[in-house]
Design a protein around this ligand. Structure first.
Ligand SMILES: NC(=O)c1ccc[n+]([C@@H]2O[C@H](COP(=O)([O-])OP(=O)(O)OC[C@H]3O[C@@H](n4cnc5c(N)ncnc54)[C@H](OP(=O)(O)O)[C@@H]3O)[C@@H](O)[C@H]2O)c1
Length: 292
């Protein structure tokens, strides 16, 4: 906490070392915003952000970490644990705590294609936010391009040599995590985002065959796509160490792809940022330098 504080208003970024958090913290700092980076692993946080952000421990399972994370915070970027069947149970108490600590705006990261009336874990979190007496913004991104690198699909390609997913032949308008972070930064720094919901997609919907062909062309490795069924995928996920409840959430996500619910290309990201979303082609081209 050694840094001179120019205001008493800060943004708390939860999940600060996760995929969105690590992109969002630098964007906020560049915008001159005071940031608390909340993470289960402060050492990792400090290695990523240096002295620019106040890095504090935040673990939803440890209420004793809540107060330090929320000190001076008037806005919160709230990320649920990934693919958790207990997302609501995991962050409900933290959200209540933040509201009693008088934060004035919560920007929640949710996901695309979650039916309004469902009881899916992320919908329960959304509903809990909607019931609070606080300005709320819900960001609903489609599947991230970064799952292909460095995420779980990359690990699968390294192991099996190709992509094996229960995505059928349907297409997905994959979105770049850096665009998700850019929208979150806008929501946290501009007026009038309270009460908004925004669904974020990339500029084109691609089948997994198209994804694998584009990747192959750029990374100099022939990567195929095999459409597998839920049972085969369940086995792979269990081998990779996902817990049973998480496996079911991930299977649900791929079911929504097969139903075509993740195919729409929406204008909302471009409307928010004033520029087109990053394309998968551009994302794959960048991988030429890092793929091994
Ligand atoms: N992956 C996708 O393609 C995708 C697409 C759309 C929406 N989403 C949604 O976005 C959310 C996050 O998924 P993601 O893939 O972005 O995850 P991620 O980057 O892999 O992880 C998010 C971060 O959450 C934090 N976290 C996890 N458990 C926590 C706990 N008990 N207490 C405090 N923080 C905790 C961790 O931050 P620290 O390690 O810094 O503690 C973790 O890095 C999920 O709800 C997911 O459904 C994901």
């Amino acid at each position: 906490m050694g840094r001179h504080r120019v205001s008493e208003e800060k943004v708390l970024v939860t999940g600060a070392t996760g995929k969105v958090g690590r992109e969002l913290v630098p964007l906020l700092l560049e915008a001159g915003v005071e940031v608390t980076a909340g993470t289960r692993d402060p050492e990792r946080g400090r290695a990523l952000f240096g002295a620019e952000a106040d890095v504090v421990e935040l673990n939803y399972a440890r209420t004793e970490t809540y107060d330090a994370a929320l000190t001076w915070a008037d806005r919160v970027f709230l990320i649920p644990p990934p693919f958790s069947p207990d997302a609501y149970e995991a962050i409900g108490a933290f959200l209540d705590w933040a509201v009693s600590a008088r934060v004035r705006h919560v920007v929640l990261l949710s996901g695309m294609a979650i039916p309004e009336e469902s009881d899916l874990p992320l919908r329960k979190v959304e509903r809990h936010l909607e019931r609070q007496d606080v300005a709320g913004t819900i960001i609903r991104p489609n599947l991230y391009m970064q799952n292909l690198y460095p995420g779980f699909i990359y690990r699968q390609i390294r192991r099996d040599g190709h992509i094996r997913l229960p995505a059928g032949r349907e297409s997905v308008s994959l979105v770049d995590v850096r665009d998700v972070a850019a929208v979150a930064a806008r929501a946290l720094t501009e007026a009038d985002w309270g009460g908004r919901g925004i669904t974020l997609t990339g500029p084109r919907a691609l089948t997994m065959e198209e994804v694998s062909r584009t990747l192959s062309r750029h990374v100099g490795q022939k990567i195929g796509y095999e459409a597998i069924d839920d049972d085969e995928f369940r086995e792979t996920l269990e081998v990779d160490g996902w817990r049973a409840g998480e496996v079911e959430v991930i299977l649900g996500l791929f079911r929504s792809i097969r139903k075509g619910w993740r195919k729409p290309v929406l204008p909302e990201l471009e409307e928010a940022l004033g520029r087109p979303p990053r394309s998968f082609e551009a994302f794959a081209a960048e991988l030429e330098r890092v793929w091994d």
